[in-house]
Ligand binder design. Structure first.
Ligand code: GDG
Length: 495
């Protein structure tokens, strides 16, 4: 039997050191991995929660590299040197974080504007009309140029490998490659890539595709997103040559390899955390405080975003209690919502809709001190989130369209007893790998409601078998493997 390697922090560090030792390795993202902010007179440094910092922090630490990002903390300027640099992680400084400063107007046009009001709804094929505003697009271009200048200043004559993150920086690859063709450039696109017919609504589609084709390697979450991208290029850029078999685009002399790299979580760390005394105590505290006693607990953890299908899930919960009143008082659904992008009107409207739907369900079906839906507003601490995952019998991911949905993998990693059930939208990137979950279509409310019954009535042995299989998938395909696969692909010609 073939024994597969399970990647961890240590093996990734060694691998990164071996493969990247000749290079200056630079990660570029909009969001910074460490944020300094004032708390009274003191300056606190917070780690940006999420998979990206978990995976890339050890790589950068092992190779003494650099991360370039927008400095968004109110104490960020007070903590950098004259070149806008600070050594991180704070407890053991091993690599450089270089901060870029943006004006209010630049953040508005580039981040809240073109990135989140045009590219985000467009790529998610959302029911929200993308905003194609000329001045936001101009600001997006200007900010990408600011990032490019910062990268090029660092590279100069050195042999460098630049790894760019996400849809905020679609023009950056071409800008840096044009100025310095010797650079190796890669990018990971964390959100979906839509069908060509959808993307053609963008008035600046050719510029965006040209920007992305400055990459040597462009990664997406799934094979489907890769195919959508290849077709979009094929039908939009007449001079391009698309090789579907090799998943490659040639434009002029330049080749771009398109490859799926499904992002993941730190399985071991989440498993260990869920067993910790701190998390167990928090679980007991929450059970008491939320009056859960021996109730069956359904849980969702979502950034408050219109792509996550939160209203659809609440409608399905309403339908479920309507059809199965015998479950009243026996099941409680906890919905964690973490507000984001609150400057954008569609996000504020969603908050109102979700509050109203949850209130109506509680008025209609609740009784005594039992509430069918408990809404908890984030950001919550990682301990509280781990405790909630621990106590959940059922975890629901109802996205209408999503790149990956890391929350699904986080739930699996924390289910050490393998008793929990995952209800997962077909439209989440994670559904491709985790087809042992109960897959749902969040648009079909009746079917969604019936799947709650199916989950509640699933025999224990079946739950166990399904969860065991999913755990072995996530354990092997963890965040360290994601990073190692990208580094391997990028440096394969060096071997
Ligand atoms: C984008 C893409 C892709 C949530 N509430 C709190 C909190 N969270 C954490 C979760 C999870 C993360 O936020 C959410 O990740 P998702 O993957 O589910 O969704 P997006 O934020 O939309 O992420 C997505 C991802 O990028 C990575 O490539 O999978 O498709 O849309 O880690 O646990 N964390 C804390 N408090 C909260 O209240 N600390």
């Amino acid at each position: 039997m073939q024994v597969r390697q399970v990647w961890g922090k240590g093996s990734l560090c060694q691998f990164a050191k071996a493969r990247l030792s000749d290079y200056l390795f630079i990660v570029v993202s909009n969001r910074e991995p460490y944020i300094h902010s004032y708390q009274g007179d003191e300056i606190k440094c917070e780690v940006a929660v999420g998979g990206l910092t978990t995976a890339l922090d050890p790589v950068l630490s092992a190779t003494g590299s650099m991360w370039i990002a927008h400095g968004s903390g109110d104490a960020d300027r007070a903590t950098v040197d004259s070149q806008n640099k600070v050594l991180v992680p704070p407890e053991k400084p091993l690599y450089t974080l270089k901060r870029i400063w943006l004006s209010e107007e630049e953040i508005e046009g580039y981040y809240h504007g073109f990135a989140n009001q045009a590219l985000w709804p467009l790529c998610h094929t959302a029911d929200i009309e993308p905003v194609f505003d000329e001045s936001q697009w101009d600001t997006y271009k200007r900010v990408n140029e600011i990032f490019a200048q910062s990268v090029l200043e660092e590279v100069r004559e050195r042999k460098a490998l630049v790894f760019i993150q996400d849809y905020h920086l679609a023009l950056l690859p071409r800008l840096i490659k044009k100025a310095n063709p010797e650079l190796t450039v890669a990018q990971f696109w964390h959100i979906p890539w839509p069908r060509q017919k959808v993307f053609q609504a963008c008035p600046w589609r050719e510029e965006i595709l040209d920007g992305l084709l400055g990459n040597d390697l462009l990664g997406f979450q799934t094979v489907r997103h890769c195919r959508n991208f290849l077709t979009t290029v094929n039908r939009t850029i007449a001079e391009s040559k698309v090789n579907y078999e090799k998943a490659e685009v040639t434009l002029g002399e330049k080749k771009t390899k398109i490859h799926p790299f499904p992002i993941s979580v730190d399985f071991e760390q989440l498993s260990e955390e869920s067993q910790s005394v701190e998390v167990k105590e928090e679980t007991q505290r929450l059970r008491k405080e939320l009056n859960l006693n021996d109730k069956f607990v359904g849980l969702s953890i979502d950034r408050l975003d219109y792509t996550k299908g939160i209203p659809q899930k609440l409608l399905a919960i309403d339908r479920f209690f309507q059809e199965r009143p015998d479950y009243k008082g026996r099941v409680t659904f906890i919905q964690v919502v973490t507000p984001s992008r609150t400057q954008i009107p569609s996000y504020r409207k969603l908050r109102e809709d979700v509050d109203t739907l949850a209130e109506n369900i509680n008025l209609k079906h609740g009784s005594g001190d039992w509430k069918p839906v408990i809404t908890m507003v984030g950001p919550l601490s990682t301990t509280t989130l781990a405790a909630l995952r621990n106590m959940a019998d059922l975890f629901i991911v109802s996205s209408l369209h999503n790149g990956m949905n890391l929350v699904a993998k986080e739930f699996i990693a924390s289910q050490c007893d393998s008793e929990g059930i995952l209800l997962l939208s077909h439209f989440a990137g994670a559904a491709k790998e985790l087809n042992d979950a109960l897959l749902i279509n969040p648009h079909a409310i009746d079917h969604f409601a019936v799947s709650f019954e199916k989950a509640l009535e699933m025999p224990r042995i079946e739950r166990y078998k399904r969860m065991r299989r999913k755990r072995s998938i996530v354990k092997e395909n963890n965040i360290y493997k994601w990073a190692a696969d990208i580094i391997a692909e990028l440096t394969k010609n060096e071997m």
